[in-house]
Design a binder for this molecule. Structure first.
Ligand SMILES: [Zn+2]
Length: 54
């Protein structure tokens, strides 16, 4: 489990999660990015819908 940086709710981290994976917080619905795994750390993901350098 890791804490949501937005609302501080606990977010479940799957065993096969990798750094950089995106997930959403069930509590506040924010997009979160996994920034570390030991310990599991979440950061607010950048706004969706942007073009990634294309
Ligand atoms: Zn949240």
């Amino acid at each position: 489990m890791a804490a949501c940086p937005v609302c501080d709710a606990e977010v479940e981290i799957a065993a096969d999660t990798v750094v950089g994976e995106l997930m959403s917080c069930d509590d506040c619905g924010c997009e979160l990015e996994v920034t570390a795994l030991d310990p599991a750390t979440l950061a607010e993901a950048p706004e969706a819908g942007e073009d990634w350098g294309q």
